[in-house]
Write a protein that binds this ligand. Sequence first.
Ligand code: ZN
Length: 248
Amino acid sequence: MLLLAALAAASSTVALGGCGAGADPGVEQVRVLRLNPSALVTKQARSEPVVRASLTASGSEAQLPPAMRVPQVGSLALGAPARGRLVNGLQLPARGPDWVTHDPVRRVIPNRGDRRWGTDRLLAFLLYVLRDYRLANPGAPPVVIGDLSRPRGGPFGSDFGGLGHASHQNGLDVDVYYPRVDRALAPPGDVSEVDRGLAQDLVNRFVAAGAQFAFVGLNVGLGGPPQIVQAIDHHDGHVHVRIANWRR
Ligand SMILES: [Zn+2]
């Protein structure tokens, strides 16, 4: 009951803040999503609350690996992916049952904490697809995830290292590296290192789950519905997935 009460309290706080169009300082809170097998949602007394995801296995799915349930906390994707910000976002954990994160600038696992924030909807979408993909491809290694957005969104260009991102500004974008033929947990160095079967399956699943766009490379040989799966430069090592902003 205490946990449910905390969930209700957190939700109502977010809802009130959302009506204030972001002016309420309460809605500026950011939350760190952590794996926790027992708790649903807790709120720490400190200034920055921690939202805990639950690892659950129930009913007929009891034999399956646990799924991660992402709490819906009323994240707001303001503006546009190329000029926007993120309010009340969630941080993708550095690692999870189906993924690891990779820092594209330092080229290490995991990615830095301030590069992996998104809306609650993006994280739920992402983790659903990753789990589905792993269940359908037994033995496939965890998926390597790159940048999402900054903790409060905003510019994420070359000031933050590397080529930087024109978009990734309001918690709706995520870079997902293609699986490698050698199964290494690292970005593919070139298209010959991409496991195209697994990569296409991953792209297909993002499309089926409702991605607005999946930007793939010009040379990697991946496809899909042309209005969603679009080939552009600099994406031969990863697919950039964007979900629609339903609040707009
Ligand atoms: Zn991207």
